[in-house]
Design a protein around this ligand. Sequence first.
Ligand code: FES
Length: 107
Amino acid sequence: MSAATTRTDVGAVDDFAEGSITALEVGGVEVVLIRQDGIFYALPDRCTHARYPLNDGELLPGKIKCAHHGATYDLATGRPGLPAVKKIQLYQAFEVDGRVLVEVQEA
Ligand code: FES
């Protein structure tokens, strides 16, 4: 079976403030969209540690920190910091003509 990819326009760039974490649903997948230093990142809204949401987490430079037990994830690589040991999947988020597009893959 091949993975299905869904690309969705989630809004205008200006809809997402610098330093924001926004919970979205994209193609039936719960996603957090992050804007940091003018760059957009999209991740599953689900910590790999104990499966709590990440949308109430805290942004650190280059990372998101889960509010529940403090796991961190590198926004560029998905690399986890304890207590999470499993890398988080990264989705594609990019700007086209002032819009933000998010691409998610479902198995
Ligand atoms: S659920 Fe995120 S650190 Fe435990």
